[in-house]
Ligand binder design. Structure first.
Ligand code: NAP
Length: 283
């Protein structure tokens, strides 16, 4: 039997509707600032989608566009201005930044209370110590999707391909916090297919089209495809979707799976930041 499709687009739309209502009722006017440097078309498209989602739910947004040859110092100045701006609740610096900009220093400069992407070391540390505050949007969106489809996580064997700071590592921490038994694989992993084949929940965040083939997947497993790749002019994930859906129990499509959940989570994190700031300034 073909796998259940985990419809991230539908789930995200549902969550955005709920969020819109909540924002309308809570009396707060959350604001997100995005910072983009350079003219990478994919990054520009992601930022546009984030602003569109803000508009949809009633979050104010400010877009800061910087030239690709800007210095780290100038980006730092911009981030510090946003940190100090009382109207801004969340700051998102679109990655990857152009070569020559020190991304780590930029992320570390973001006020952790406004770090709605959850990349700041303080927020990462909280996540890994089991006391999450802001958690990165893609893995958090995946946890929401698993919950929405009632995929059991506690006790499940979860295997993640990819150990990036934005996906693989926080994904591992979130799954571990939810009581899964977690393995993280990467380019130096020996016998990758054997590791992946043990997974009840397989998350692929590698960035290679058709990297996950059916022989790497346990029958009945839940397969989460984070990858965004171009193949013959088409957008595809990491998973050979047509073949893997025949043996998986559940699977996310690309597009329409993880991507929309990432954006819904960013909106949720921005409202959360606004609420936390409102509470702390009321003290
Ligand atoms: N849908 C969304 O919202 C969303 C969000 C973020 C990213 N993405 C997409 O997800 C993909 C991954 O993104 P990322 O930022 O995590 O990428 P990344 O920073 O490039 O990380 C890729 C990871 O894959 C591992 N890898 C590469 N080749 C491998 C191999 N042959 N076997 C096992 N592991 C291998 C790398 O291992 P090493 O560490 O050893 O190099 C690395 O850990 C990209 O396609 C990206 O566009 C989608």
């Amino acid at each position: 039997m073909a796998a259940t499709i985990l419809d991230g687009k539908k789930c995200s739309e549902m969550r955005l509707e709920i969020l819109k209502e909540e924002i309308g009722e809570c009396g707060l006017h959350p604001h997100l600032a995005t910072v983009i440097a350079g003219k990478d078309p994919a990054s520009q498209m992601y930022v546009r989608m984030k602003h569109r989602a803000c508009e949809q739910v009633g979050i104010g947004s400010v877009g800061i566009e910087l030239p690709g040859d800007i210095s780290t110092q100038k980006v730092l100045e911009k981030v510090r201005q946003l940190n100090a701006d009382p109207d801004i609740d969340g700051i998102l610096v679109q990655l990857p930044l152009p070569k020559g900009i020190d991304s780590e220093r930029i992320i570390e400069a973001i006020d952790p209370a406004k770090d709605v992407d959850g990349y700041h070391p303080e927020n990462m540390g909280l996540l890994f110590s089991g006391k999450p505050r802001f958690t990165s949007c893609t893995p958090t969106g995946i946890m929401t999707l698993l919950a929405e489809y009632k995929i059991p996580v506690a006790g499940a064997r979860a295997v993640i391909a990819g150990r990036s700071i934005d996906v693989g590592r926080p994904m591992a921490a979130l799954l571990l916090n939810a009581d899964a038994t977690v393995t993280i694989c990467h380019s130096k992993t020996r016998n990758l297919a054997d590791e992946l084949k043990r997974a009840d929940i397989l998350v692929s965040a590698v960035g290679k089209a058709h990297f996950i083939r059916p022989e790497m997947v346990k029958p009945g497993a839940t397969v989460i495809d984070v990858g965004i790749n171009q193949l013959e002019g088409k957008l595809v994930g990491d998973v050979d979707f047509a073949a893997v859906r025949e043996i998986a129990g559940a699977i996310t499509p690309v597009p329409g799976g993880v991507g929309p959940m990432t954006i819904a989570t960013l909106m949720e994190n921005t409202l959360k930041a606004a609420k936390v700031r409102a509470c702390s300034s009321a003290r």
